[in-house]
Design a protein around this ligand. Sequence first.
Ligand SMILES: Nc1ncnc2c1ncn2[C@@H]1O[C@H](COP(=O)(O)OP(=O)(O)O)[C@@H](O)[C@H]1O
Ligand SMILES: [Mg+2]
Length: 216
Amino acid sequence: MTLRISGLAKHYGDVPVFENVTLSVEPGEFVAIVGESGVGKSTLLNCMAGLDSWDAGTVTHEGADIGALDGEACALWRRRHVGFVFQAFHVLPHLDVAQNVSLPLMLLGGRRDEGRVAHMLDAVGLPGMGARLPQTLSGGQLQRVAIARALVHRPALLLADEPTGNLDPGTASKVMELLIGQTREHGASLVLVTHSESAAARADRLLHLTAEGIRA
Ligand SMILES: Nc1ncnc2c1ncn2[C@@H]1O[C@H](COP(=O)(O)OP(=O)(O)O)[C@@H](O)[C@H]1O
Ligand SMILES: [Mg+2]
């Protein structure tokens, strides 16, 4: 399922964030985006997920015009097809780790798949921590809960905002393996915003976001 961004422009009030952002990401492809702080990387990822609005241009996913979907249709599309690793994690504080990770499966109407959730917790290096509450976890552990949750339903589009920002190098490379595995083995499209040179070095394409657009 191909993601196409064409001529995207965004401003907040009178303040432009970016314009002329055009890129496509194919199934199985890993694109890394770098750029200075405040240039709009998180905003661009939010637009790709239909979580933010834009002022010009289009976002399509396998031909579906994401900007034309109403709120409910967009939420449904996101549930089915998108895994998002937020920079601020957005782990729900009143749910335990296993409940947080199984949320995408539950929202899709599935039964709670304990085996799949346990597998994801193992894969991010949090084995046996399903019953813990988020407040008892470190920043790096919360980040890994967010990554397990983004991957649990095997989404076609993986959007990750600095997913290794709080992790030690060993855990970071493990997490990169997981994201890349979903891309290579299941044909997901991965868009990763990162400051990590080692993470960016593994991408098929490295793109630089500036106020004027996005370029190699
Ligand atoms: N809700 C908002 N209202 C006004 N300005 C915002 C809002 N969200 C982000 N911005 C501004 O938009 C710009 C891009 O922000 P962001 O996408 O978070 O950048 P990055 O992720 O590249 O650091 C920044 O200048 C930021 O201050
Ligand atoms: Mg950001």
